[in-house]
Design a protein around this ligand. Structure first.
Ligand code: AMP
Ligand code: MN
Ligand code: MN
Ligand code: MN
Length: 282
């Protein structure tokens, strides 16, 4: 009989290196305190937190998998592809992520202009104190400023009114291609995972085509249990994982103790029959 405790995996969260509010080391400690035993920091388009995350995970005695969440444009919408278990020193991956980040500064200026035209001047400057990494200004930083300035009661309201994908201050970006993102992750020895598939607003046909294309391009896994899914979606995407032969991943998508719906380590386990993506990496 095995004496190993049941693993608790949380393979999706964000630090101050992208749009989270805690540092990579604070996140590692929080993950350990909350019972996570296999953890990954998956900052948006950026690997700057990886070595501190790994080092602190080692100190607090939890397993670490390298992670990143790549912004991708597919069929005119943004999708997020998580990479796990890659070599964080891979130059092609680093170059691809640098190119993906490159348009963010100009885009932030445009979002600031749009918010000014909507009667909220100074949002670009106002967002800057919330930004932990000058190469990674995101909508979340604007949202935090608009709440602080009293324009909206909370982050969700900012996205609902202004910054969501249909919102009047949204600036559509051309991110990486799906093919490139998978190629960069695989080239660095990692596995490619569709993040929060339940969040994309594709038609039924578009969603099928997206999953087919991800499969054809060698995509490995999908998030089934994520902080972005409602419980009813766990079984929906578990079935999609079975139908497509994808491995399954699990992650809170934790950004902040006060903003996130789910904390690190707080999600239910994956359905027992699904192949766990971390088992292919450890
Ligand atoms: P960006 O990469 O700048 O387009 O910002 C994307 C980030 O905004 C996501 O990673 C989330 O953290 C946040 N976000 C996007 N949509 C929403 C939403 N509807 N509600 C709350 N946060 C959101
Ligand atoms: Mn985010
Ligand atoms: Mn995401
Ligand atoms: Mn995320």
């Amino acid at each position: 009989m095995s004496l190993e405790p049941t693993p608790c995996a949380d393979l999706h969260c964000h630090s101050t290196v992208s749009d989270g509010v805690l540092s990579p080391d604070a996140l590692a400690r929080r993950a350990a305190e909350r019972g996570v035993t296999i953890w990954s920091l998956t900052d948006h388009d950026e690997l700057g937190g990886q070595s501190l995350a790994r080092q602190t995970a080692l100190e607090v005695g939890i397993r670490y998998l390298t992670g990143v969440e790549i912004s991708v444009t597919w069929a005119r919408q943004t999708v997020h592809i998580v990479g796990l278990g890659f070599d964080a020193d891979n130059a092609v991956l680093a170059g691809g992520l640098r190119a993906t980040r490159a348009g963010r500064a100009a885009r932030a200026q445009r979002m600031g202009d749009k918010l000014a035209a909507l009667g909220m001047p100074g949002a670009f400057e106002g967002a800057l104190p919330f930004v932990g990494n000058p190469e990674l200004i995101s909508r979340t930083h604007f949202a935090r400023y608009l709440v602080q300035a009293g324009y909206c009661p909370d982050i969700q309201t900012v996205f609902d009114r202004y910054l969501g994908d249909d919102g009047p201050a949204y600036d559509p970006m051309q991110w990486a291609t799906l093919e490139s993102a998978i190629h960069w992750i695989h080239g660095a020895g990692g596995l490619a995972v569709i993040a929060h598939p339940g969040r994309y607003r594709y038609t039924v046909l578009e969603r099928m085509a997206f999953l087919d294309t991800f499969k054809e391009l060698g995509g490995d896994a999908i998030e089934v249990v994520t902080g972005s899914h409602f419980p009813a979606q766990y079984s929906e995407f578990a079935q999609i994982a079975r139908n497509y032969g994808f491995m399954a991943s699990c992650g809170s998508d934790f950004h902040s103790p006060t903003e996130s719906r789910h904390d690190l380590g707080s999600l239910p386990p994956l359905p027992a029959d699904l192949k766990r993506v971390w088992e292919a990496l450890l």
